[in-house]
Design a protein around this ligand. Structure first.
Ligand code: NI
Ligand code: MN
Length: 224
């Protein structure tokens, strides 16, 4: 499986046939590695409704036919634009032919560009038996340690930029709580308020035994 970082909190998980697209904020993203017109998607997953996560979801879903999975209120808003949806709530799991997605808590806020308030989530993804946890936007909280209880987490896609989420220092503790084998940082250096030292995060996590950190530049792919 390829994990490709497309900038900010956007990733694709792909095996060449299936391409699961997460939080496709591309138009207006100064670090976007691909355009909304070109990005592949067979499914789209959303952590929450902020503009820097919902992004180009509707346009990409209409172009590709991908169904959108998001917490129920957000899914319904997206679905009202005429795209297919899956609408779980926290604790719920949606199954696909390639695996599954479970929504887990994230401590944050969420309002869509249309003004709908909804609840943010993290995404616990099983992609063909590789477990990937996209934390969404969150602060540090102790229940992060519960997410991997059923299945050990292979990859944590973790916000580290501060200001709107936990910063790189709190994220070191988050990495320890999540216990993933590999951490891929995101949600930093997109805009000035979230600039941070990603190499310091990497060394702090690795020196504290919080897992291996893989730093991807936008456009980079990690082969899982
Ligand atoms: Ni947010
Ligand atoms: Mn965000």
């Amino acid at each position: 499986m390829d994990i490709r970082f497309l900038g900010h909190a956007c990733f694709t998980l792909s095996d060449g046939e299936t391409s699961v697209l997460i939080d496709p904020f591309l138009t207006g993203n100064p670090k976007a590695a691909i355009s909304a017109e070109d990005v592949p998607a067979t499914d789209i997953l959303l952590t929450h409704g902020h503009a820097d996560h919902i992004g180009d979801t509707v346009a990409i879903a209409k172009r590709t036919g991908a169904a959108v999975t998001a917490i129920v209120e957000l899914a319904n808003e997206v679905g009202s634009e005429g795209v297919d949806i899956h609408d779980p709530n926290l604790g719920g799991t949606v199954k696909f032919d390639w695996g599954s997605v479970k929504l887990v808590p994230a401590w944050h806020t969420s309002t869509t560009p249309k003004g709908q308030v909804n609840t943010p989530a993290g995404l616990l993804i099983n992609f063909k038996d590789t477990i990937v946890y996209h934390l969404g936007d969150t602060c540090l909280f102790s229940d992060l340690q519960l997410v991997g209880k059923r299945s050990p987490i292979d990859y944590a896609l973790m916000c580290i930029g501060g200001h709107y989420t936990m910063d790189r220092v709190d994220a070191v503790d988050a990495a320890a709580l999540v216990g993933a084998k590999t951490v891929i940082p995101c949600h930093y250096n997109t805009f000035p308020p979230i600039e941070t030292d990603v190499q310091a995060f990497k060394s702090d996590v690795e020196q504290s035994g919080g897992g291996h950190v893989v730093v991807l530049d936008p456009g980079d792919t990690h082969q899982a």
